[in-house]
Write a protein that binds this ligand. Structure first.
Ligand SMILES: Nc1ncnc2c1ncn2[C@@H]1O[C@H](COP(=O)(O)OP(=O)(O)OP(=O)(O)O)[C@@H](O)[C@H]1O
Length: 307
């Protein structure tokens, strides 16, 4: 049975368009995440990934539908749901410690200064910023600023971490290091994470599940791809896993072709029972309601599954 710790239930987002028309970015979107799961969402620009993340964060409201977190419908923002932005969003006049401590004291308003600082320091240490506590954002590199954002998000011990392309502005080396740290921290703390990325390898390294969205407007969640790689995977030997290329090809094939043709080729797609693709088990999918299904793939569309 699926543990629906986070459940997106039939949400839509519409905007008024020119001449009284309405633009539907997506509608009838259903997805769920289990506690402790790391999920990445992949889809082309404009399909609505950030909109979904903002709705999960409570920064935006859906035009229809609801988001249930731990059994409760959300309304507005909450310290239970921390967001890590690409642009850091740090307070420039505060130090590293000040930025993290500010979040801590917002959550635990009765804590005294010493307790707030000690708690903040634990998370500054966790992200490897020990020694930089008294620097201001202007004195930090991009990677260090992003670490402060991660420390700040984790310090409030949220139920969920929401990340909008958190590493895309970083150089490859820093990105790799931070991916390792975020993965380690999420595994150690049992954090539930929802991350937007355009980087297929990042999704394969980090995610337990990968949500594939078709192109917008009118985007749909086409598939949920289960990552067949072991949870204790390492970055350097990822590509040696026998299913790595099948998984990678499947996602890339979706982005290159099926994200555009999905609606025409899959008229019977049921948004409430999005296929769960299990790479390495050709043709076998488990619908999100737990029922086994046989999926018919169009010839040549899914080299990963037929390899
Ligand atoms: N306030 C708004 N008014 C009208 N349209 C909007 C508004 N905000 C977003 N949109 C539209 O909604 C669509 C989805 O935007 P969103 O930022 O969620 O996409 P995305 O998949 O995250 O894209 P990217 O990968 O480029 O960040 C876009 O077409 C965008 O133009």
């Amino acid at each position: 049975m699926t543990d629906k710790f986070i459940s997106i239930e039939g949400i839509a987002k519409r905007y008024p368009g020119a001449g009284g028309a309405t633009t539907t970015i997506f509608e009838n979107l259903w997805l769920s995440m289990a506690r402790g799961e790391f999920c990445c969402v992949i889809g082309h620009s404009g399909c609505g990934k950030t909109t979904v993340l903002n709705i999960l964060a409570g920064l935006d409201a859906p035009s229809e539908g609801a988001v249930i977190v731990d059994g409760q419908a959300i309304s507005g923002t909450s310290l239970d749901r921390a967001v890590i932005f690409q642009s850091h969003a740090l307070l420039p006049w505060r130090t590293v410690l000040g930025n993290v401590a500010y979040a801590v004291s917002s959550k635990w308003r009765r804590w005294d200064r010493a307790k707030v600082r000690a708690h903040a320091q634990t998370f500054i240490d966790l992200v490897g910023l020990t020694g930089s506590e008294h620097k201001r954002p202007s004195e930090l590199s991009g990677g260090m600023k992003q670490r402060v954002g991660i420390a700040r998000a984790l310090s409030i011990t949220p139920k969920m971490m929401l990340m909008d392309e958190p590493f895309s502005a970083l150089d490859a080396l820093t990105r790799g290091t931070l991916q390792d740290e975020v993965r380690r921290i999420c595994l150690e703390t049992g954090q539930t994470a929802f991350m937007i990325t355009h980087d297929v390898d990042e999704a394969i390294y980090l995610a337990d599940k990968i949500f594939l969205m078709t192109n917008g407007p009118g985007a749909v969640l086409a598939e949920v791809v289960e990552n067949p790689l072991p949870r204790d995977r390492g970055r350097t030997d990822l590509h040696r896993h026998p299913l790595y290329y099948a998984l990678r090809n499947h996602i890339i094939d979706f982005l290159v072709t099926r994200s555009k043709t999905f609606a025409a080729e899959t008229p019977d797609h049921d948004p409430r029972n999005v296929p769960m693709v299990q790479i390495g088990k050709p043709g076998l999918t488990i619908a999100s309601n737990g029922e086994e299904q046989r999926q018919t793939w169009t010839s040549g569309t899914s080299p990963g599954l037929t390899a």
